[in-house]
Design a binder for this molecule. Structure first.
Ligand code: SF4
Length: 360
């Protein structure tokens, strides 16, 4: 009898041990994906008509505010630390956007909340009201010659004046001002250095124009960006002309293509290999939605997707860089790197740094 019981106990223990090993093996082979940084394109509507746009307005749906807040809460529980609101043009829904920005900081306490906008609908009042909850405001501008902006489809000739206004408002109300430029056939030879020095963005991201299958790559799609494309050497030519700006961050086609984790207006993750989107995270949950789509997490890290993305982290990376400078000066009589908050060397922080800054 005792032997029988021992045998059963041994059998149960072995069974549990094998199950545990299987679980460990599964986790090793399919590590849990953490949606650290999510780009939420909550609308496809836009008042501009950039010829290379690949988030074209095939519909004008936006999810109701309560659903959106619930979805953001689910993402925060799954590990999201940074969210970026994008479109379309997010400021076409300024009230909705303000509610989301405040919710992400006041309720979810995210490390970083940012917005990418074409700038045309940004108003000083909005920044006065919400900038304290906004880490980064990125505005797109591809040229400092309005004729080029008009040819591209970015506005009707008032884009640059508005860009300068926004940069000043950001300084006044305490959000970091970032600039995004798409380098394409119309602007790759332009010298933008003097304007960048005057605007002094914290980060200037320059993307090589991108063709996205089924979105902007033929006469059948709403936009046909083929006439905007440039060779890699032409992108490199632009980069070499502007690389001395400490805020300059180039992003080639190769890195850009699949490395952004994108939530669309229906609260679905987009598959970055061209397959169908996931189910809505409100219906299937974050983990299942993430596991059903492809997202290039290595590319995300490679393109510097994890960086000092709020003012505290920038201060920290500045102090670290200054510390390195001091140490190097003491040891070799030399200063290393650049201590500007917008420099690439100053921006880089480890995955571990971010992970240890638990705010939830
Ligand atoms: S401003 Fe942005 S969303 Fe609007 S058309 Fe241009 S690229 Fe597309």
């Amino acid at each position: 009898m005792l032997l029988d019981n021992l045998y059963i106990l041994f059998f149960l223990f072995s069974f549990a041990f094998i199950k545990w090993l299987q679980h460990l093996l599964h986790r090793k082979m399919h590590p849990k994906i953490i949606p650290l940084s999510v780009n939420y394109h909550f609308t496809r509507k836009c008042n501009y008509e950039c010829g290379f746009c690949f988030h074209t307005d095939t519909n004008s749906y936006i999810a109701p505010l309560p659903d959106t807040k619930a979805a953001l809460s689910l993402l925060a529980l799954a590990g999201m630390k940074k969210t970026n609101f994008a479109g379309g043009e997010p400021f076409l829904y300024a009230h909705h956007l303000g509610e989301l920005v405040d919710y992400c900081k006041d309720i979810l306490h995210l490390d970083s909340v940012s917005i990418v906008s074409n700038g045309s609908h940004i108003r000083e009042d909005w920044l006065k009201q919400h900038a304290h909850n906004l880490d980064i405001l990125a505005v797109s501008c591809d040229s400092f010659d309005e004729r080029t902006n008009i040819a591209i489809g970015r506005g009707k000739g008032t884009h640059i004046a508005q860009l300068y206004r926004i940069a000043n408002w950001c300084r006044t109300y305490g959000a970091l001002f970032k600039l995004n430029s798409v380098i394409n056939r119309y602007n790759w030879q332009e010298d933008m250095n003097s304007h960048i020095a005057k605007l002094d963005p914290y980060r200037w991201k320059c993307f090589q124009v991108l063709l996205v299958e089924g979105e902007n790559d033929s006469e059948q799609t709403k936009r046909d960006a083929r006439k905007f494309t440039i060779l890699d050497e032409e992108f490199e030519h632009f980069c070499s002309k502007h690389r001395d700006n400490p805020c300059f961050v180039p992003e080639s086609n190769k890195l850009m293509a699949k490395s952004y984790l994108i939530l669309d207006e229906h609260l679905r993750f987009l598959d970055r290999s061209g397959k169908a989107p996931s189910g809505s995270i409100m219906e299937v949950g974050v983990e299942k939605a993430l596991s059903s789509v492809f997202w290039d997490m290595d590319g995300f890290k490679e393109r510097g997707g994890i960086y000092a993305w709020n003012q505290d982290q920038i201060e920290k990376s500045k102090e670290e860089a200054e510390g390195q400078n001091l140490a190097a000066t003491k040891r070799f009589g030399l200063a290393v790197g650049d201590t500007c908050g917008g420099s690439q060397s100053g921006e880089a922080v480890d995955m571990e740094d971010i992970g240890s800054k638990k705010t939830l």
